[in-house]
Design a protein around this ligand. Structure first.
Ligand code: T4K
Length: 402
């Protein structure tokens, strides 16, 4: 199909797929096996499987070295990390967050009994912006929870100014942003705390896991206690806690991931640049750009599909690509405020999130990571170009096939 210019050769219309094996968004980086297996051996030999063992402590120290933050508290996943942080900061009432995020950001707020207030984003950055937040503040607001979507930092200075003006807490969901910088400083050290995810699908992973980064000594001590049932010493429970601990084997995977971090980022960066080259001249397709003067993990390659200019919509493009075994996918669709748990109490949000609703219809994430080669990306670029050249015809045939 790649050499021809007829859509009958596309796999969605019965041609052979361009790829025999699927290319995934979020395929885990397993890293070097030997160092991981050696760590596993030492865990098994020591019989220290969890409860703040040496692997977790080493992992935390490595995170602190990389981010330059005083405390990185490893947790079982970023969702629980956010919950622990929200409790640790003593938040109450309403917390402002973007709707354009993973459901976990909202559910962490709701899970601890607070009300998530969804806020629109700047369509140029896909992130919260100060004006949108100002409009969402009410007398019950206690915090702003920013999300560094795709690893592109929020306007942190702008958010900090709003938080100061209204005496609000400021914290960040940095699930996408480990290894990224804002104005040259690593993400992790902003706001009162930031939460990383090391889920399997993230570029550095612990199978499941996360970490809360903060420069506040008292907060860090509280987070460590909350992570461990609220225990102080052997048997004194001093506050309501949970079990948010990371296991030793998870930390061993994390340490192994961090050993390879430079190579992983280099592969992601070169894929991002390859995608820019492969997609940038295609009408209606615009890749979400990273600021190359900052550090970035480049773990997401995301584009917007402008249906009128591309001749076909984002979902039809995804159907075409998935049939070719390119498992591109929409992201953060349909926006948290449209999800069942929040729809009923978001009447005031529904009318006021136009940028989010516009973006969730256009965003597509492409496969990347070390398992995806430059040649793969050039092929994907040719597939997208072909689809766009024949956009209206593809759209009509797919509609007819339904
Ligand atoms: N905040 C934000 C902004 C987030 O994006 C997330 C999580 C969080 C907070 C919460 O972090 P955690 O509590 O998870 O630490 C993922 C992840 O579950 C989730 O971590 C992530 N963000 C979210 C955006 O998506 P899916 O739905 O992408 O995973 P799945 O199963 O569809 O897998 C993606 C692709 O990777 C598939 O093609 C299969 C492949 N895969 C996946 C896994 C898990 C593998 O080949 N092996 C694997 O082990 O969820």
């Amino acid at each position: 199909m790649i050499s021809g210019d007829t859509i009958d050769l596309l796999a969605v219309f019965g041609g052979a797929p361009a790829f025999t094996q699927p290319l995934h968004v979020g395929r885990p980086n397993v890293g070097a096996r030997q160092p991981f297996l050696e760590r596993v051996e030492s865990i098994l030999d020591s019989k220290r499987l969890t409860n703040n063992g040496p692997q977790v402590q080493s992992f935390e120290r490595r995170l602190e070295e990389i981010t330059g933050v005083r405390h990185c508290v490893a947790v079982c996943n970023a969702t629980v990390g956010l919950e622990i942080l929200i409790r640790g900061l003593g938040l109450s009432g309403e917390v402002i967050l973007p709707s354009f995020t993973f459901a976990a950001t909202a559910s962490a707020i709701a899970w601890v009994g607070l009300r998530p207030i969804f806020c629109d984003i700047d369509p140029a950055t896909h992130n919260l912006f100060p004006g949108g937040i100002e409009a969402a503040i009410s007398p019950r607001t206690t915090a702003i929870l920013g999300v560094h979507v795709w690893g592109r930092p929020c306007d942190i200075d702008g958010l900090r100014a709003v938080a100061r003006r209204h005496s609000l807490h400021l914290l960040f969901d940095a699930a996408h942003a480990f290894g990224c910088t804002y104005r040259g400083r690593p993400i992790g050290g902003f706001g009162e705390a930031e939460v990383f995810s090391f889920h399997a699908t993230k570029f550095a992973n612990t199978f499941e896991g996360g970490a809360i980064a903060t420069n506040d000594d008292d907060l860090a001590a509280r987070l460590r206690r909350t992570r461990n049932f609220g225990l102080q010493g052997a048997d004194q429970v001093v506050e309501v806690g949970t079990n948010g601990k990371m296991s030793e084997i998870a930390a061993a995977m994390g340490l192994t991931s961090l050993d390879d971090i430079d190579q992983t980022v280099a592969a992601n960066r070169s894929n991002y640049l390859e995608y820019l080259g492969a997609l940038s001249d295609i009408p209606g397709i615009s890749v979400a750009r990273h600021d190359l003067s900052e550090q970035c993990n480049f773990q997401y390659v995301v584009a917007e599909v402008d249906a009128p200019a591309a001749g076909l919509g984002r979902d039809d493009l995804i159907r075409v690509l998935q049939a070719e075994n390119v498992l591109a996918r929409r992201y953060f669709y349909p926006g948290c405020h449209q999800m069942d748990p929040y729809r009923s109490h978001s009447a005031r949000d529904q009318a006021s999130l136009p940028a989010t609703e516009w973006l969730v219809q256009r965003t597509v994430a492409f496969p990347t990571g070390p398992a995806v080669s430059a040649q793969d990306i050039r092929t994907i670029g040719r597939l997208v170009a072909l689809a766009v050249r024949h956009g209206p015809e593809i759209q009509a045939r797919l509609a007819g096939a339904e």
